[in-house]
Design a protein around this ligand. Structure first.
Ligand SMILES: Cc1ncc(COP(=O)(O)O)c(C=O)c1O
Length: 460
């Protein structure tokens, strides 16, 4: 492997000073950057390299997104060629790559969908909320169906509406108050069931809670339910198999749209092209981002079922067209790159690979239960959580600083792992979401490094 990096401490230091003096970074405390920084200069496969020459195995695929791995120079050629041909024109007109990408997405989703292009996962969900509301105005004139039902501890994006939809109190606190148009219900997190029950004797109390909420709010006020099939932000919660079909049945029963957030789950991550395909449901609105281009360029989409699309058809005088626009939606260069990215996934059967490698990695991680602080190992495909506890019997959460130590130990030993859970920044689940091209040897390295990191915390 060549990461074409020639370490030069002086150049690195110059970048650090330039950055510290000028950049405002997301979510990290700048004071910590004064003493410890990564200046990422290259990547290949599942590995990235810092300007000082240090290589890291990226167990998080960047921010859960570089599905085909780093260093695919072929995508640079695709981008350059498209830029030479047509760099941009608004998507009120048609363009070649966006049409082909929409056709590809429709094919992957079973052939009953149209795609509205945006630029980020937040925007994809936000457009989904608006499309659901507009659909309800068309289909139920005179009624006021506007609410979205979502789950506590979900994450659906960073804009005000998507934050409101999300159920992470800590992330929302600084921006309150919110509109109140997003009504939250209990999430299907079996390891810490919000009702203190166990599956299957619980009878899916979380779905019953959703139905009670819909009835309490009044179904005639509800436009949609939003769910991320496998909840990433809570520390990777895989619901029981019947959960999503039962949520879909509720939506059908009350005339509510089912909006599925596939921003992380989609494009092979969980062992199928889309996570909802594990559960045989047929969503009305599907938000996709991240893996759609493996983050080689920013692009995302709100994919709508044709029954929703049809509601937007009519004579121009009826004013039924999609009532929103964004400058970069359907960007030809991003679309061309996304299309080739998906073709690579298909050629290399990366969804199948995620299933196989995911099983392999989860098996390895299950061996870590020899550490008493490992409470739960769960996941689907290459979307995995290892929840750490003080005590397995009580499930008391590990101290934030201790789990920070695990993450730091791994990074200091060349392996990047994430952390999340409980909707908190300092959650106590180690998350793994590596590029789908990860090798067995690299999976072994993640397990070995975590093993050593956990060893530093072994108690009793
Ligand atoms: C499930 C989910 N939905 C939506 C988003 C928002 O995507 P973006 O950061 O591209 O706006 C994220 C981001 O991590 C996510 O994890």
């Amino acid at each position: 492997m060549s990461l074409s990096n020639s370490p030069d401490p002086a150049v690195r230091e110059a970048v650090v000073q330039q950055d510290l003096g000028n950049v405002l970074h997301p979510i990290v405390q700048h004071r910590t950057l004064e003493t410890k920084q990564m200046v990422v200069t290259g990547g290949e496969g599942s590995t990235i390299v810092d300007a000082d020459g240090t290589e890291y195995l990226d167990g998080m695929a960047g921010l859960w997104c570089v599905n085909i791995g780093y260093g695919r120079t072929e995508l640079a050629e695709v981008a350059a060629e498209q830029m030479r041909q047509l760099a941009y024109f608004p998507h009120t007109a048609m363009n070649v790559p966006a049409a082909a990408l929409a056709e590809k997405i429709n094919g992957l989703m079973g052939g009953d969908y149209h795609t509205y292009f945006v630029n980020s996962g937040s925007e994809a969900n936000e457009a989904g909320f608006k499309i659901a509301r507009q659909y309800m105005k068309h289909e139920y004139p005179g009624e006021y169906r506007f609410k979205t039902i979502s789950r506590y501890f979900a994450y659906h994006g960073t804009t005000l509406a998507t934050l409101d939809a999300g159920g992470m109190g800590e992330r929302k606190a600084k921006f309150e108050p919110f509109s109140g148009d997003f009504v939250h219900v209990a999430h299907p997190y079996c390891y810490r069931c919000p009702f203190g029950l166990s599956y299957p004797s619980c009878g899916l109390a979380c779905v019953k809670n959703m139905e009670t909420t819909i009835l309490g709010e009044g179904p005639e006020t509800v436009a949609e339910v939003i769910v991320e099939p496998i909840m990433s932000g809570v520390g990777v919660a895989v619901p029981p198999d019947e959960y999503l079909p039962e949520v879909e049945s509720l939506c059908r029963k009350y005339g509510i749209l089912l909006h599925v957030d596939e921003v992380i789950n989609g494009f092979g991550r969980t062992g199928k092209m889309f996570a909802h395909q594990h559960y045989g449901v047929s969503p009305d609105i599907i938000a996709v981002a991240k893996g759609i281009s493996s983050a080689y360029l920013p692009i995302a989409a709100t994919v709508v079922k044709n029954s929703v699309f049809d509601s937007f058809l009519g004579d121009p005088s009826e004013n039924r067209q999609v009532a929103q626009v964004n400058t970069y939606g359907g960007h030809p260069v991003a679309a061309a790159v996304a299309l080739r990215n998906i073709e690579i996934m298909e050629d290399e059967q990366l969804a199948d690979r995620a299933a196989t490698m995911g099983d392999y990695l989860i098996d390895g991680l299950r061996g870590l239960v020899s550490h008493k602080i490992v409470g739960d190992v769960r996941g689907k495909g290459l979307l995995i959580g290892v929840e750490l506890v003080k005590d397995r019997a009580t499930k008391e959460q590990l101290d934030a600083a201790q789990i920070g130590g695990v993450v730091d130990f791994c990074r200091d030993h060349g392996v990047i792992v994430g952390r999340g859970g409980g909707g908190r920044r300092n959650g106590t689940t180690i998350t793994l979401c590596p590029p789908l091209v990860i090798t067995r040897a690299e999976c072994d390295r993640i397990v070995e490094t975590l093993d050593r990191a956990l060893g530093t915390l072994d108690i009793g």
